[in-house]
Write a protein that binds this ligand. Structure first.
Ligand code: IPE
Ligand code: IPE
Ligand code: MG
Length: 243
C-alpha cells in the first residue's frame, strides 16, 4: 500500500488544461471595463508557464477564446483580438528563449490575417523547443473541432484515402487539432463556474477536474502548484476496478 501512495505522489499531471475564467467579474469588482480584466488575466500566463517544469507539467493548454465568445460586444471582441496580437508580439522573444513550444488550436478561418500570421510565425519560431508545450485555444470549441475533424475524415474517405472500416477512435483523434498532444490529465477552471463550456470535449473524457473559486487575474503560480500537487492524491481508474 505504501508503495502505491509513493507512486501516486511522483506521478503528477503531465498535461494540464486551464479554462481561464473570471476576467470580466474581476474588472467589474474594480469598476473597470471588462478589457481591463482581460489585460490583467493575460499577465498571469507567463508565471504559470515558467513554473510548469518545476512541478513536472510538460503540456499546458489554455482556453483564450471560445467559438461562442463572438457573441460578446464588438468592443470586447475587437479588444480581445488586439490583446492576442499584442500578447504574441510582446511575449514571443521570451517564449523562444525560455524553450517554450507554442501551438494554437481552434479554427483560424474567422481570425484576422495579421493575427494568424503572428500565430504561424510563433509556432514556427518555437518549433524546436521542448521544455514546455504551451497550447493556446483561440476560436476553439470542442464541438467545432470534432465537426471539422469529421469533415476532413469524410473528405479523405470520399477521395479513397481510407474507407469507413478505418474509422476508429484513434483515426478520428488523428484529425483533431490536438492530434500531437496527449489527453489532459487535469483540467482546471477558475472563477467558481463548474462547467466545461465546450473545452476539449473529446480529449477530457477521463481528465480529473478542479473548479477553483479564484478569478483568473488573481490565480497565482503558487495556487497553480497547489492544485497540481493535489492531483497526486487522486485515484484514476479509467473505468476499471483496481485490485
Ligand atoms: C474569461 O473571462 C476570458 C474569456 C472568455 C475571453 P470572462 O470574460 O469570461 O470573465 P467573466 O466570466 O465574465 O467574469
Ligand atoms: C470559457 O469561458 C471560455 C474561455 C475561458 C475562453 P466563458 O466565460 O466564455 O464560458 P461561459 O459563457 O461562462 O460558459
Ligand atoms: Mg466567463
Amino acid at each position: 500500500m505504501a508503495v502505491e501512495t509513493d507512486d501516486k505522489a511522483q506521478s503528477g499531471p503531465k498535461h494540464v488544461a486551464v479554462i481561464m475564467d473570471g476576467n470580466g467579474r474581476w474588472a467589474q469588482m474594480r469598476h473597470r471595463p471588462r478589457l481591463f480584466g482581460h489585460h490583467a488575466g493575460a499577465k498571469r500566463i507567463r508565471e504559470i508557464v515558467e513554473v510548469c517544469p518545476d512541478v513536472g507539467v510538460k503540456y499546458l493548454t489554455i482556453f483564450a477564446f471560445s467559438t461562442e465568445n463572438w457573441k460578446r460586444t464588438q468592443t470586447e471582441v475587437s479588444g480581445l483580438m488586439a490583446l492576442f496580437r499584442k500578447y504574441i508580439e510582446k511575449e514571443a522573444k521570451d517564449l523562444i528563449k525560455d524553450g517554450v513550444r507554442v501551438r494554437f488550436i481552434g479554427d483560424r478561418i474567422k481570425l484576422d490575417e495579421k493575427l494568424v500570421t503572428l500565430m504561424d510565425e510563433l509556432e514556427l519560431l518555437t518549433s524546436h523547443n521542448d521544455k514546455v508545450h504551451l497550447t493556446i485555444a483561440l476560436n476553439y470549441g470542442g464541438r467545432d473541432e470534432v465537426t471539422r475533424a469529421a469533415k476532413r475524415l469524410a473528405y479523405d474517405i470520399e477521395k479513397g484515402k481510407l474507407t469507413h472500416k478505418d474509422v476508429t477512435a484513434e483515426t478520428l483523434a488523428s484529425y483533431l487539432d490536438t492530434h500531437v498532444l496527449p489527453d489532459p490529465d487535469l483540467v482546471i477552471r477558475t472563477s467558481g463556474e463548474a462547467r466545461i463550456s465546450n473545452f476539449l470535449l473529446w480529449q477530457s473524457a477521463y481528465s480529473e477536474y478542479e473548479f477553483i473559486d479564484t478569478l483568473w487575474p488573481d490565480f497565482t503560480a503558487q495556487e497553480f502548484c497547489e492544485v497540481v500537487g493535489r492531483y497526486g492524491a487522486r485515484d484514476r481508474r479509467f473505468g476499471a476496478v483496481k485490485a
